[in-house]
Design a protein around this ligand. Structure first.
Ligand SMILES: [Zn+2]
Length: 88
């Protein structure tokens, strides 16, 4: 879940794909403050997005949590960009 600024009233609203509401043929996320449906997808798009989120949660390691639990002082601090320099 993320907090975004509503494009209409610019107040902080929760961005949560699990809170999509069915509105006719579309799935919308409405601002909890002004009620503006600032995000709208079709059934197919919603399924694709949710499938993408599930894939991400299943297969992408939790980098932030990994860094939290690591002693980062012991990790190499030098980062190289040699490949990028060569291709330039
Ligand atoms: Zn709003």
């Amino acid at each position: 879940m993320q907090i975004i600024a509503c494009p209409t009233c610019e107040q902080d609203v929760q961005w949560d794909m699990n809170h999509l509401q069915k509105l006719g043929e579309r799935w919308v996320m409405a601002c909890e403050k002004c009620g503006d449906p600032f995000f709208s997808v079709s059934e197919e798009e919603k399924e694709m997005i949710l499938a993408g989120i599930r894939l991400t949660e299943a297969y992408v390691p939790d980098i932030i949590h990994a860094y939290d639990s690591e002693d980062v002082k012991n990790l190499p601090s030098r980062v190289g960009f040699e490949e990028i320099k060569k291709s330039n």
